[in-house]
Design a protein. Structure first.
Length: 391
């Protein structure tokens, strides 16, 4: 049971799914237990998963106190999430989608991506950890997939008092290079060793947009990872693509992805290098590009890292704007939850001033539709991007 301090029930009445430690008057239970959440008068407001070691002390399963939390509850929630994905346009263009998007699918702490016939699941909170086996059983049954690979190795598990866990949870098959198709392009996803679950599915429609913008342009893809934006740009008619990435393993997969498509590989150069340093090197060589993509890793996982992250975002955008030819386009992104869309725009604006560049925002980017954001959970909207035109 959790009893809230007086006046601290307002966020729950707005159906926000998190209960922070500072709002709790008293609590009891073991990690992952389903507990009643009561206001100071004793009224039950919700049923939630208890996490005594986390600052997020509980995550709401349901605001219906009469609902039963068990295997059938999770099966129904998963069924609903999968039905939504089947109704989206992406279902016609790819066999790789996000099936469960945690709090925004009313399954706090659970992330599930589908890569062809393999699911990759992340159990990131005490509640879903407690119900792991019923959830895995339901995922396998409803999706019809051959195997589930678990990537419960994100840093957030430490905050929940959970140890990392990686490996096949259901079934077993070679998943180090899982072949997928996205808008007619072929990719190989390393679900076992790749970042997050192996591929950035949230950028699917943004890759397609870059593909449409790339014709006749020389392209620079910073933080190219496994080549998603680079290959999309080449497929869209880029005259040349320079792709920079610090990870040797990611570069290897990028080359394999390129080879899997009927494209002119001579037009792409993959470089293993520090992106920050290489942007300066390109500037020293006075190189110019017609389209630059910056999709860096998460610089600010939490609000505590925002100041440091802001400096990093400003640095890369400043150098990119210096490298951009007049009339060129910069597609720049942040996946840091701690950096708001307003702050990101302010950072990029500052970079333009310091670069001596006049730039205009002509489009805004977000995550693909299979990464829905619940209206009561704005924290779920982590990916933001801007398309700038250099005047």
């Amino acid at each position: 049971m959790i009893v809230l301090k007086s006046g601290r029930e307002k966020s729950l009445k707005r159906r926000h799914p998190w209960i922070f430690s500072g709002a709790v008057e008293r609590a009891s239970g073991k990690p992952g237990d389903t507990v009643e959440v009561k206001d100071s008068s004793g009224k039950v407001l919700a049923l939630a998963a208890y996490s005594p070691k986390s600052q997020i002390r509980a995550r709401v399963w349901t605001f219906d106190a009469k609902e039963s939390i068990g295997a059938e509850f999770f099966r129904n929630r998963i069924q609903k999430a999968l039905a939504l994905r089947e109704s989206l346009p992406a279902a016609k263009h790819t066999n790789a989608v996000r099936l469960v998007n945690a709090e925004s699918d009313a399954l706090p702490g659970l992330v599930v991506d589908r890569y062809a016939d393999v699911l990759v699941a992340q159990f990131l909170a005490a509640g879903v950890e407690r119900w792991r086996d019923p959830i895995l059983d339901a995922l396998l049954e409803i999706s019809g997939c051959a195997a589930i690979y678990e990537r419960s190795d994100a840093e957030v598990r430490k905050l929940e008092g959970l140890e990392p866990r990686v490996g096949f949870a259901r079934g077993n098959r070679n998943a180090s290079r899982c072949p997928i198709i996205e808008h007619g392009l072929n990719f190989r996803v390393d679900v076992e060793q790749g970042q997050k679950t192996g591929f950035f599915l949230d950028q699917r429609e943004n890759r397609q947009r870059v593909r449409a913008l790339a014709a006749g342009r020389e392209v620079l893809d910073g933080f190219c990872y496994t080549g998603g934006f680079s290959i999309a740009a080449l497929a869209g008619g880029a005259t040349r693509v320079t792709a920079v990435e610090s990870s040797k393993d990611a570069i290897q997969i990028a080359r394999e992805n390129l080879a899997a498509n009927p494209l002119d590989a001579s037009k792409v150069e993959f470089l293993q290098a520090d992106v920050f340093a290489h942007l300066r090197t390109l500037r020293d060589k006075n190189q110019k590009f017609g389209l630059i993509i910056l999709d860096p890793p998460k610089f600010a996982p939490t609000a505590a890292q925002v100041q440091k992250a802001a400096r990093a975002y400003k640095d890369i955008n400043l150098w990119a704007l210096k490298l951009l030819a007049p009339g060129g386009l910069l597609a720049t992104f942040s996946c840091s939850g701690g950096v708001s869309a307003e702050l990101f725009q302010s950072i990029v604006a500052g970079a333009a001033v310091d670069a001596g560049a006049e730039a205009k925002i002509i489009e805004r980017f977000g995550a693909a539709a299979d990464h829905p954001v619940a209206t009561e959970f704005p924290e779920g909207e982590y990916l933001k991007g801007l398309l700038l035109l250099k005047v």
